[in-house]
Every structure is written in structure tokens, then in C-alpha cells.
Design a protein around this ligand. Structure first.
Ligand SMILES: Nc1ncnc2c1ncn2[C@@H]1O[C@H](COP(=O)(O)OP(=O)(O)OP(=O)(O)O)[C@@H](O)[C@H]1O
Ligand SMILES: [Mg+2]
Length: 434
């Protein structure tokens, strides 16, 4: 919109929640016409969000005490192309208040004692306002031999996904996380299955409070940082922390999309490796015509896949499991185009009759995998671990544990068999040939 003088016109919404700065602010905006136009005084947050979604403004002047103002509403305003300017009494901008508002996504703060700068602040906020760009998928495979240990503050996110039918996602996520920790890396294992968490049970963690829900609540009020996330997680081992999942499947509604993005941001800041156990379903809910930021059941899974540095896809080795795996790989490519997942074929057994080569060929018909790993059907080892609520690593040697260690080596970008052991094998073979 252009003002008569040719300059850009900034349309402003005000949601002051009865703050005393409202009258003098309106007076200043009125004097700045036609460059600045007051579009509406909104009675509450709902009114503000609805007016913003109609595309009627580019800046909102908001009081920090506006009931319901949280990370989601600020994100929703940004998606509508509205920048938030918080005007606050000086005493409301002390002791971490400013930091909390920044975590909510507020970029412009103005003390109510500095209203002389109001018009300039509104002008620059209006120039900045633009709908948030879509998230860019960050899936990148480590080159062979490349070290994958993350810099402090930017951990590697490994998302373990698999189609319906309980192919072993949680078994693999828990196994992988404990093997990475056993190999000397700090790991955060996060249970984000929107259909009910099971990681706590696998590891015998009795947690009254769901780590994910506690972290999501903190994020929604702008209070989630690395320390807070660490406090929400349970330390189960020297190097392994667990953020437990939903206590009941219907609690997924409490994790709003913007809060979950914050949770992922802090997750990669907290640990060099994060392993995410996600739900099976990749269906996106139909788009909301009002652009609301209401939670969606599969959003945690979809966001975890889009943000992943590496995706591990688990499928069961039987005919039904492999058919689901094939369909799942196609669906995954729709969510993360061009992704090269690490595929795990679980519960392999001689009675199924297929060779590893045949299964690998089938997988390669749908996707170009980083690698295909095979985990044996090892009921005894899986039951022993599950019954004791302990990891495979703590439950003694087994074929399943050995295969899990090899999977972790793959994720670490290391050769499947340790170099020392390969040398030993070579020497043994040379001895036999002599
Ligand atoms: N390689 C294996 N050998 C034997 N049993 C296994 C193996 N992998 C997983 N299981 C068993 O299969 C069952 C399902 O595994 P898991 O809970 O890991 O699947 P899931 O894909 O996470 O399922 P859900 O859809 O419930 O989240 C568990 O009883 C587990 O112990
Ligand atoms: Mg599971």
C-alpha cells in the first residue's frame, strides 16, 4: 500500500490489553497519517489473530500482558505478514523479560517511556514484516569416512521412523541411542511418537511427568532454553538422557507446532547426537483455511523428519512388513524429497527365505539408501531387555546387540567392523591360507 506521497503505508493493529500507553500511542500514530494507518484496536488476542489473518495489517502493537500471547500466536502473526512490536512499561522489561519475549519470536521492543520513537519503530517493523519462509529440509548424509561428531551447539538429529505395524522403531531408536552413548557420545533420546510413548518403558524409566510435554509447555511461554530442556530430560546413563513421551495418546494436542520447533532447536543445542522416536503416520491434516496454529497429530513426526540430519527407516522383514516398507519409502520421499535414508530391515530370519541381496535390491528399487542394515529376529534378547527395562547393551551379548552396534557405527560414519578387528580377521585368514 502506498501513501499519497509515494512512500509505503504501514497498517497497524493495536492490542494493548488496557495498558496506559495506548492513548498516547494512538495519538502519535494518528499524527503520522497517511504513512501510518490505524486499522483496528483489537479487544483480545483472538480478535488480533483473526484481523491479521485477513491480511489487513503489517504491524501489531501489543502489550506483553495480552492474555494468551505465546510463541504460537507470534508465529501465526508472522505467517500472516504481521510483525509484533511489544510496548511495555520499563518495569516489564527487566529480569529476563526481554529474553523471554525474544524467545517468543518478538523482534521489536519499545519502552512506554520512549513513545517518541514509536513511529520510527513501527516503520522499520513494517519493512521487516514478511511471512516466515518455509523450513528447508536439512537432510545431508556424511561422506564415507567423514567425522560426524557435531560442533558444540549444533548436534546431529537422527530421526527413526517406520511404517505402521510395529516394525521396531522404538527398539531401534533405544538401541541406537544406547550404542552411540556406549561409543562415547553424549546423546539425547526423545520420544515424540504422537500415538503414545514407549521409550520410558523400554528403558525402565518411571517418569511421572512427560519430558516432551514439560518442554513443550516451557516453549509455549518462551521459557525453553538448553538448561530448561536438560531439566525436563532424565539422565539414564553417564552419556544418555531421555525426554520421555506422551503418557496418553490423546495428549498430542498439548504440543503446538511452534513449541515443537523450539524443542527441536534446543535439542540440537543440548547434545551432539539426538535420536528421535517418531510415530508411523505421515498424513498431514488438511490445511486450515484460517491459518491457525492448532496442533496437528502428525506434526511432530513430519517436523522431525524435515529437520533430520539423518533418517533411519525401520521395516519388518516379513512379506507384509516389506510391502509396507516399500510404500513407506515412497511416502517418505513426498515428505522429504530426495532424502537418502538409512534403511533397517528388522527381524530377519532364515525361515523367510530371502537373501540380504534380494532385500537390498528391493529397497534400492524405491530409494537410494545410505545403507541397508539387517537386524536378526532375536526374541530372546528383545524380551530380556524389555522385561528388565534395560537396553540391549546392558542385557548381555546377543546377535541383536551386535547388529545394533554395527548400525550405530554406520550412523557414526565408521566402518561396519572396527579396523582392529578387521586386521585380526585378516591375520587369521592369512594364517589359515599358509
Ligand atoms: N529384532 C527383533 N527381534 C525380536 N523382537 C523384536 C525385534 N525388534 C523388535 N522386536 C519386538 O517387537 C515388538 C515391537 O517393537 P517396537 O515397540 O520397537 O515397535 P514400534 O515400531 O516402535 O511399535 P509401535 O507402533 O507400537 O510404536 C516389541 O515386542 C519388540 O521387543
Ligand atoms: Mg514405538
Amino acid at each position: 500500500m502506498n501513501a499519497p506521497g509515494g512512500g509505503a503505508r504501514t497498517s497497524v493493529l493495536v492490542a494493548a490489553a488496557g495498558a496506559p500507553w495506548e492513548a498516547p500511542a494512538l495519538d502519535r500514530l494518528g499524527r503520522a497519517a497517511p504513512d501510518i494507518v490505524l486499522t483496528k484496536r483489537c479487544v483480545d488476542l483472538t480478535d488480533l489473530l483473526a484481523t491479521a489473518s485477513a491480511g489487513l495489517a503489517s504491524v501489531a502493537l501489543v502489550s506483553p500482558t495480552l492474555p494468551g500471547l505465546d510463541a504460537d500466536s507470534v508465529a501465526q502473526l508472522a505467517r500472516s505478514g504481521v510483525a509484533v512490536v511489544v510496548v511495555a512499561a520499563p518495569e516489564e522489561l527487566q529480569d529476563g523479560d526481554t529474553e523471554r519475549l525474544r524467545r517468543l519470536g518478538v523482534l521489536h521492543l519499545l519502552a512506554s517511556t520512549e513513545l517518541d520513537s514509536l513511529v520510527a519503530t513501527v516503520g522499520s517493523a513494517g519493512t521487516d514484516a514478511a511471512p516466515a519462509p518455509p523450513a528447508v529440509p536439512a537432510v545431508a548424509a556424511p561422506a564415507p569416512g567423514e567425522t560426524t561428531e557435531a560442533e558444540p551447539g549444533e548436534g546431529r538429529l537422527v530421526t527413526v521412523w517406520g511404517p505402521t505395524g510395529a516394525p521396531g522403531r522404538t527398539t531401534v531408536a533405544v538401541g541406537l541411542a544406547t550404542e552411540l552413548a556406549a561409543a562415547g557420545h553424549e546423546v539425547l533420546l526423545v520420544d515424540v511418537d504422537g500415538y503414545g510413548g514407549a521409550v520410558a518403558q523400554h528403558l525402565g524409566v518411571l517418569d511421572e511427568v512427560s519430558g516432551v510435554l514439560a518442554a513443550a509447555r516451557a516453549a509455549n511461554t518462551g521459557r525453553l532454553d538448553r538448561q530448561r530442556l536438560a531439566a525436563c530430560a532424565r539422565q539414564v546413563d553417564d552419556r544418555l538422557r531421555v525426554l520421555t513421551g506422551l503418557p496418553r495418546p490423546d495428549r498430542w494436542r498439548e504440543v503446538r507446532p511452534a513449541a515443537f520447533e523450539d524443542l527441536l532447536d534446543e535439542t540440537v543445542r543440548l547434545a551432539p547426537y539426538a535420536v528421535l522416536d517418531v510415530g508411523f503416520c505421515l498424513e498431514a491434516d488438511p490445511a486450515d483455511p484460517f491459518g491457525s496454529s492448532a496442533p496437528q497429530r502428525n506434526e511432530m513426526t513430519l517436523a522431525s523428519l524435515r529437520r533430520a540430519d539423518e533418517i533411519v527407516v525401520v521395516g519388518a522383514a516379513d512379506p507384509v512388513g516389506l510391502a509396507r516398507l516399500a510404500r513407506g519409502l515412497v511416502e517418505l520421499l513426498d515428505v522429504v524429497p530426495g532424502v537418502r535414508p538409512r534403511v533397517v530391515v528388522n527381524r530377519t530370519r532364515p525361515s523367510l527365505g530371502w537373501s540380504d541381496r534380494e532385500i537390498r535390491g528391493m529397497v534400492e528399487g524405491f530409494v537410494t539408501p545410505l545403507d541397508v542394515h539387517f537386524l536378526p529376529d532375536d526374541r530372546a534378547a528383545a524380551d530380556r531387555a524389555l522385561m528388565a527395562g534395560r537396553s540391549l547393551a546392558e542385557s548381555g551379548e546377543s546377535a541383536l546387540r551386535t547388529a545394533m552396534t554395527a548400525l550405530a557405527r554406520g550412523v557414526l560414519g565408521e566402518p561396519a567392523v572396527p579396523v582392529r578387528r578387521r586386521r585380526l580377521l585378516r591375520r587369521r585368514r592369512a594364517g589359515r591360507d599358509r
